[in-house]
Design a protein around this ligand. Structure first.
Ligand code: SAH
Length: 459
């Protein structure tokens, strides 16, 4: 370790900035933000710098007397000799000194920071590679939600109270782990502070039972892991147990927490490994055991996902849950296949229907589907492709209407077959695409010839 990382309390203390330009102004700004009083010394000082609240300007060349009473120095002139002199004198008086962009003359360096005040993360490569430092910060910035500050502020506010309620330090640690990593935190992060407060209070009132299960109903998108949301990823890495079905691609299941228990609940057409009621009951049982349960579903949980039924059971049992939307197959598959779902020239509306009905028939409102200038997206429709094409023609759509089948869209196995209502059934006989497939009907399908694009990360 080349440097000792420390956070210094400079509230109300006097710091010196030597230099009167842009860089000096920026450095003075940081010191002021941390609550210091700042003395600025330079023969010429930017008026905007002098005017900063908390700054005292001395319009002179720097000399040793300016170090009097100072706890920290930053040299920010554009004169290397002056900077070196500031550094030498400060070191002589054992005052920590930073010379901007000149690590050799520094006794301390200023890290890059990620500010989630009161939570603060400092990054440094000890001057070895500022670019790498920035990249690392960028990575963390995207992993730690902006509103994490709120969580830290919330914890600070309740620190004393929790201390009074939960006197045993070991228990208190578990209490906070649960609160800050569970449903209380989720509530704070989504802005529901009063809900979080109520939850925390309930936990405090029931100290023996502070481990509380919860369920995250999460949409995993159509297949490509890049299409997950940040929230989905965060919950995937937090859950103790993952309940998933065959629509969730393997690379996505692999992104869940390494030590999480994984339960496969199947659900292919007519091959239900667990029936829906059994899945509902499973979620309830796991949550009652105090687990954080991730119910991972393909696409969006509220679009042909029976997500509504699953949370109905949870709500009835008073189990905390949240729903995270995902990119639904229609949206993901269409863009990866180069088929816009609406287009001013071809379709002013778009309809999502399922071709797999409860009773096994395909009893759709054909007149509504066979209207011109609209796009129809059929989920779970492969099985009924012949019926679909015949019925649409029978109800008025021209046989030449474009139609596409997309197999496993957005994944490496994506295959697309296009044709017309008249010829697609035969084309599928030859192509033999298999589920999951999405069927898209309408003029927009023709645009694929122009808009097809190459997916570098899929090939
Ligand atoms: N909740 C999901 C849909 C579940 S129904 C969503 O919002 O996407 C299952 C059907 O979705 C499949 O039969 C298929 O029609 C469609 N589907 C899901 N992922 C798909 C993919 N990657 N490619 C093609 N179709 C897909």
């Amino acid at each position: 370790m080349d440097f000792l990382p420390i956070f210094m309390n400079i509230k109300g203390r006097l710091c010196l900035v030597v230099g009167g330009g842009e860089v000096a102004k920026r450095k003075a700004g940081v010191l002021l933000e941390a609550g210091a009083r700042v003395r600025v010394v330079a023969p010429e000082i930017d008026p905007a710098l002098s005017a900063m609240d908390g700054v005292t300007s001395i319009v002179q060349r720097f000399d040793a007397t300016h170090l009097e009473g100072v706890m920290l120095v930053i040299a920010a002139t554009n004169d290397r000799a002056v900077n070196a002199e500031v550094s030498r004198l400060a070191k002589e008086s054992s005052i920590p000194v930073n010379v901007v962009d000149d690590p050799e003359h520094c006794s301390f360096i200023m890290p890059a920071i990620m500010d989630r005040s009161p939570l603060m993360v400092a990054f440094s490569s000890g001057g070895a590679s500022p670019v790498l430092t920035r990249m690392m910060r960028g990575k963390l910035e995207s992993m730690i939600p902006q509103n994490f500050s709120r969580l830290a502020a919330f914890a600070e506010r309740y620190r004393e109270k929790v201390k009074q309620y939960v006197t045993n330090p070991a228990k208190r640690r578990i209490f906070w782990e649960n609160a800050l990593d569970g449903v209380v935190a989720e509530k704070v992060l989504t802005g529901d502070e009063s809900g979080a407060e109520a939850m925390l209070q309930a936990m405090l009132n029931d100290e023996d039972n502070i481990v509380r299960g919860e369920v995250y109903l999460v949409g995993a998108g159509p297949g490509d892991p890049d299409l997950l949301t940040f929230r989905a990823l965060r919950l995937m890495q937090k859950a103790d147990v993952v309940v998933y079905d065959n629509l969730v691609s393997k690379p996505i299941v692999d992104m869940t927490r390494r030590d999480a228990e994984r339960i496969y609940v199947g659900k292919k057409r007519a091959d239900h490994t667990l029936r829906q009621e059994e899945i509902n009951a499973l979620l309830v049982r796991l949550a009652h055991e105090g687990k954080r349960v991730l119910r991972l579903k393909g696409g969006d949980p509220f679009i042909f996902g029976r997500g509504g039924e699953e949370i109905e059971t949870l709500a009835a049992q008073n189990i905390p849950f949240q729903v995270v939307p995902g990119i639904t197959a229609a949206s993901g598959v269409a863009s990866y296949a180069g088929i816009p779902l609406t287009h001013r020239d071809y379709a002013q509306s778009c309809m999502f229907v399922t071709g797999h009905l409860k009773d096994g028939t395909m009893n759709l409102d054909w007149d509504a589907l066979a209207r011109p200038r609209q796009t129809v997206v059929v989920y779970m429709g492969l099985h009924g492709l012949d019926t679909l094409c015949a019925k649409l023609i029978e109800h008025g759509l021209p046989g030449a209407t474009p139609i596409a089948i997309v197999q496993q869209g957005t994944t490496q196995n994506q295959r697309v077959v296009t044709g017309t209502l008249s010829d697609l059934p035969q084309k599928q006989e030859v192509a033999q695409l298999h589920a999951p497939t999405l069927i898209i009907v309408g003029g927009v399908v023709k645009l694929r010839e122009k808009l097809q694009w190459f997916h570098p990360h899929l090939d």
